[in-house]
Design a protein. Sequence first.
Length: 358
Amino acid sequence: MTAVYAILLIGILIFVHELGHFIFAKLVGIKVLKFSLGLGPAVISRKYGETTYQLSAFPIGGFVKMHGEDQDQDNAELEEPERSFAAQSVFKRFLVVSAGSVFNLLFAALVFSIVLMTGIPKMKAVIGDVLPNSPAKLAGLMKGDIVTGINGKTLKHWDNLTGIIHDNAEKSLAVSIKRGTDNIVIHVTPKKNVTKDIFGQDIEVGLIGISPSGDSEIERYGFFQAIYTGFARTWDVISLTLLSVVKLIQRVVPAETIGGPIMIFQLAGKQATSGFISFLTFMAVISINLGVFNLFPIPILDGGHIVYLVIEGIRKKPLSAQAMAITQKVGLVLLLVLMVFAVYNDVLRLLGKSPMPY
């Protein structure tokens, strides 16, 4: 079933990407010859208006065929040359080229919003264990205490509690708790501790020596709150993705953490077995990665085409066909090298010689 989940995930995300190109091509007046759901030979094909819509044999993504999409194609040989891709203004072509990634990002925000409206499990701010001689123990916090607020700020979930504690090392906190029928305020000062962040770098956080009880509840967001939070989480993942690339270039993050299709297959299956919500969340994250990656300024990617358009806008004429062909070959080689390296890392992980970057 792992392969099924992975194919479903990749197929949906590539289809969403191509759907973005398709819709914006239509909006700016480009003649779209074909729009396919899936790859390979057509299983079902119907023509509506000027566009052939088809369901192809292999349900992995899709593609859009636009009139005169290749810039080196002679528009004089085309019917309706004014409706070809190459005949459009730089701005219109920019909209079409960037639309795929934009749709991936919007799709991620939509999925996050749906997940939030459906409900996500949140751990309650109930103390499970208190470490001996810890700041919490010395201050008088006990197992079973329900934390209701800190410094007058109401809270109910464990992640909110730990976030405040981590950010306030060596600062006194007024912790409001409910113990049985009593409401108590206990002052505790988090101890400064050095730990690792997600990139393996040392950071200082506050700790008081408590662990959660494990009690949880389902939190559901209202429509507008879910939409807002969905877009906010999408932006957070975009920022984290770009920061990860920077850390990779700085060699803070080891290159061995780069994963390829095998790792995606593994993680897709794992998330699916963890539940539908986990699978949807994973899909949203991969959609963001796909959208961001496609905007990298590498020839043959959408980002590379955007660079061509920027150069054309500055020069008032496109790059020569020869220059574009050379840069695209270089881009293809770069992508192939990256893919081989990613698959190599995947194989090492399968053999237990490289850690899985969870």
